[in-house]
Design a protein around this ligand. Sequence first.
Ligand SMILES: CSC[C@@H](O)[C@@H](O)C(=O)COP(=O)(O)O
Length: 368
Amino acid sequence: MKVNGEKYRTIWPAEDGSGVVIIDQTKFPHTFETTSLLDLEDAAHAIRVMQVRGAPLIGATAAFGVALGMKADPSDESLHAACDTLLATRPTAVNLKWALDIARKRLIQIAPERRAHAAFELASQICDDDIATNMAIGMHGMELITEIAKKKRPGEPVNVLTHCNAGWLATVDWGTATAPIYMSHDSGIPVHVWVDETRPRNQGAFLTAWELGHHGVPHTVVVDNAGGHLMQHGKVDLVITGTDRTTADGDVCNKIGTYLKALAARDNGVPFYVALPSSTIDFSLSDGLSQIPIEERSGTEVSHITGLTEDGRTETVEIVAPGSDTANPAFDVTPARLVTGLITERGVLEANRKAIVKAFPERMKMSA
Ligand SMILES: CSC[C@@H](O)[C@@H](O)C(=O)COP(=O)(O)O
């Protein structure tokens, strides 16, 4: 997408061959800054501290991380060590394992002297595929938005609520939940987005709001608890979120708070859609609640918040009573029964095993 008129992906190989460049997402929303990953540890660190985040981008960064590792040492041992190091960075988004499984399997068959080159090519291919996938998700999701728009008065916007950031910053480009929004907006369908702030790390307020603003999409940031109220008053036409891991039975694991939005949507008859590339489906799992590992992050993300002071300084301040315990589960599971549909690169599917396996038979076979 464009930033101040210039086209960007979230990750790309440096022109001088020195490494890989990312947009540092810990600096948003007040600073747009790129940074270089020069070795495997830089890539692992970037995922761990969330300079890059969002399931598809975590996978793409891991693929480049392997390439950086192969540049330093292309041996078999180094390949396995690189994959293991990267796999341990964050537990929930299955795209990480998906990308590393592909890298490990392909690269082990290639002679060490050609491995680094092949690894960079593979990572670039994963990035290109991610963009094509998200564009397909966008086209399918736009059909849903178009149908709702037909029932509106001329000029009246379709109101979409989204949680966290499943935008272009969470992918290589376009985003998953945002791709239908961007495509609808670009096609002249009036869209307005309710952006959940998404405590504790504020991916909605910091990232989604930033990218929608840069693309000129009308949006309003709301506190996480506002969604139910907005739905009760008919102010939300549909919810679209992303997912970090989806089971073969259609349970969806996404940023903490997603489940509550799905409950509110069900109670108010609001369609609740989840947009995802098939790389986010874990075909080995059936029950999301008992089987998906939920990342527990530092309590300081709950007790402290970082922002811009009036005189332009970035400061972190404490917002919880000193001495109180904090807990920070980063994701929750929305059971398939609450999901209206899964917007995938192969169309909008019902959230159940039959529909998922029918749409992605080759992936199911691979995991068997
Ligand atoms: C297309 S991204 C889908 C999900 O990864 C996204 O909704 C999300 O929950 C991201 O969480 P984060 O902790 O910021 O990596």
